[in-house]
Write a protein that binds this ligand. Sequence first.
Ligand code: ATP
Length: 639
Amino acid sequence: MPTTVDTAENPPGGRSAARTLTRLWPYVRPVRARLFTAALVAILASCTGLVFPLVLKWMVDGPVADGDTAGVWLGALLLLGLGVAEALLFGFRRWLVARPLAGVEASMRADLYRHLQRVPVAFHDRWASGQLLSRGTTDLMLVRLFLAFPLTFMVVNGATILVGVALLLAQDWTLGLVLLAPVVPLVVLLAYFEGRFAAVARRAQDQVGDLTTVVEESVLGIRIIKGFGRHRSQARAFRELSRTLRGTELAKARLLAAIWGVITTLPELAIGAALVLGSVRVADGDLSAGTLVAFLSTALALRWPVESLGFLLAMSQEAATATERYFEVMDAARETDPETGEARVEGAGGGIRFEGVSFRYPDAPDDEPPVLDRIDLHVRPGETMALVGATGSGKTTLTALVPRLHEVSGGRITLDGQDIAALPRERVRELVSVAFEEPTLFSASVGENVLMGAGADAGQPELERALAVAQADFVHRLPQGVDTQVGEQGLSLSGGQRQRLALARAVVGRPRFLVLDDPLSALDVHTEALVEAALRRVLADTTALVVAHRPSTVLLADRVALLSGGRVAAVGTHQELLRSNAEYAWLMSGSAVADGTAGHAADGTAGGTIRGATDSTAGHAAGSGTGTAADGTAGGAER
Ligand SMILES: Nc1ncnc2c1ncn2[C@@H]1O[C@H](COP(=O)(O)OP(=O)(O)OP(=O)(O)O)[C@@H](O)[C@H]1O
């Protein structure tokens, strides 16, 4: 899992917030009618608020001045009615937008998830999972909030301000101009603020992603952290990151406070000036008291729409950053399949054939030699080929090329004579089944995890057969048998148990081709022997490529290919390579050394000797009390 976040490749800015936000249109389009209606309702509600001052003016200059009590009651009832209407209209607006916007958020999230399934594995190698998580959660929530609130209220408040200003100018244009005086400095300040806030908002959202990554890794790696007593240093790293985030959030708050201060103070000063000027004019008899009350009430009613602009802009800016981050992922190219293509390669023959296959990881430095360099290898139909090589020699990489988890950089791979690059990926993955050394189980039942490897029509018989092949009968002793929930949110299984389920998943669909990356590494010798025996039956009618580190796994294969320096250094049977290839003999004798039979390994009798060695180890294990595995209760022993 990647641990670093390369946000440098995605610099903020470039586009304006408004242009970035227009990218949301395809998602908003289906609900546009509701959004527009909601905006109109909100404008109506907001303008209802502006009628209050006019009623007040009528009350002050009319019934109040004339001492008409009935008129005052009528005015009060009118004000109450207006208040109720305003509240009902705002409630109606909320009802209009809530459901469709939850839908917009859900569909954006679904698209993101679908996209993440379809981008190449190399994309996931490059991106930290926390960054992806935060884009799928926090960022999408910010986008929904923007559509629900700032988007509407920018329009509503804008319209209210325009209507309000028109009313002010109509009531008294001199006082109106006094109130409009702060507009120019405010616009300049808001433009400056937007630029500054955009940069800080981006930094904060990226830091949330980093923090999510650290939390996720700490949870997944809790055993390592505890085992190595690293909880303090891990906590320190977390604290530092969260302190950085806190600093960025405070910087955001400071910017917001500054702009809020300016947005509040300038209009207040203008209202104060209008009040003084208006009072003087009322005293001079130039202006009626009712007009001044109405004027000031209108000005005060406009305070909220003006003051809210600051945080509406801030929320819009955060939403623009969130949208930018969302589309950075959505813009990553998906795996594409050829529209049509001639997959058959003349003369390629059956089985798996590698022809001049080269591979280099996309992010590898240019001066680094390729991981795989012109590999030629033929796994004949029905044959099992073991892949042996030193650590880091490229075995896993080579196996990942067969199901097209990575694309070859040069050369080609054919399956039964069909070039995999010209086949749809889905077809390739139907033909090829895989099991990796690191067996991943999903939060689902045992049965669902295993049947993932088969077509939709596979059922109980196929499941039972696969479990038998993988010697995974321990599942029947789990609390709910094959229905027991496993994975992150279920029962914890041992490494060996998980490997056996992963193996069952690989064989359940009776694949034409099988790619196994050291699938037996976590099994004790007894279980390994049992799985091998069952696997031998599966391998008999499958074409398989099996990464092997141990002689016992190599012995499952008909032939062995030795990978060295990015090339296939030798191909032959285990016995042939032991005799003819010093590197192979050395690699294989590594295990034998541990068993004290290295001397025999080198003289060509290693096959039998190594087997004997593992058997004797097994005998020892049984004698030392771990032999319960042999009587089929291995699961219990491993737990
Ligand atoms: N995702 C990746 N991005 C860049 N380089 C990688 C990536 N995965 C592996 N490598 C590099 O490719 C080389 C081959 O790795 P690979 O995992 O294929 O070796 P291996 O033979 O399977 O090793 P082992 O026996 O230890 O499992 C290594 O040098 C490794 O550092």
